[in-house]
Design a protein around this ligand. Sequence first.
Ligand SMILES: *Cc1c(COP(=O)(O)O)cnc(C)c1O
Length: 383
Amino acid sequence: MIDIKDILQNIKENNLYREIRYLSEPQDTHTTIDGKKVLLMSSNNYLGLCNNEEVKNAAIKALNKYGLGSGGSRLTTGSYDTHRELEEKIAKFKNKEAALIFNTGYMANVGVISSICDEGYYIFSDELNHASIIDGCRLSKGKIIVYKHNDMEDLYKKVNEINPKKGIVVTDSVFSMDGDIANIRRIAEIAKEKNLLTLVDDAHATGVIGNSGRGSSEFFDCDIDITIGTLSKAIGSEGGFVCASEEIIDYLKNKARSFIFSTALSPVVINGASKSFDIIEKNPELVKKLSSNIKYLCAGLKEIGFSIQSETPIIPIIIGDEELALKFSERLLEEGVYVPAIRFPTVKRGEARLRMTLMATHSQIDIDFALDKIKNIKYELGI
Ligand SMILES: *Cc1c(COP(=O)(O)O)cnc(C)c1O
């Protein structure tokens, strides 16, 4: 039997112990965490849509019309007209033939990769891909080939060595812990040359990159076979989705186990998400405001000695040592700014970091406040 007590002790000794913090107010630029008012700089609610009045009203309308739960799986009694409408809207937003909603982005990756990659498939996967992609690969019958992070030479070399009959390249577009962007254009070229499928996870890209926030295919102006997304980050709701050809979507409805064997999302979150897409389409300045906030924070961090260049709202301040990163995060919380320390196994050992994220609704005053605290604590800890 595994010794749970020993393992927990070991996790604690290595500064890798995790505890849940509880919010008692909406996820917004300012919130209350464990009873303390803080400036929140770690939310994935990039456009502030979680607590948007129009979004909330759309959800309330759905609640009154449909009730709370969906009452069944998508293939039995849990699909409502609002699921279909949102799928059509997402497909249009992403410029793809069709879309399918899953209950989470995690379930989308797991269901899609495991159902598509059968025996004989080679899966080329970036070493920093999200855990849900990794789990999807592990659940599949395909052979997993990991390539160096965003290293197109390494990918090309590995593809050439194997020259697979059936293969797929899978990658995050915006990497969730580093905030950098995969070279999707080159991936699409390699895939075309070698006749491989492409799967790109736009979890942190939808509503964020590309001029109108449509994600990686808009950013790179290139076509990808399968795009995964989540409704729980910039869209401000809950759920995951897949965009692809009609044929692939049809296949997934019949084969993806995480789609088939789980109760459908509530129409309440579906209607809220649907309103978010409308807002993004009608207000391109939201995405632009997020991007000007990113520039402003990066410039400020550079001034205090953290040279970070990010094109996305994920801004990692690499500290390295786990204990020091924790200390930094704790001190920031004491000063009223919430930025968590991200440690192993989410990132490699010795690469602990403060993962800052921005929202379009942060003001320059908010960002200046955070910068001032970071500067003082950096000095105090001798970093
Ligand atoms: C957050 C995330 C997911 C999971 O999406 P959920 O809807 O939260 O389950 C998948 N992939 C990436 C890259 C993510 O960052």
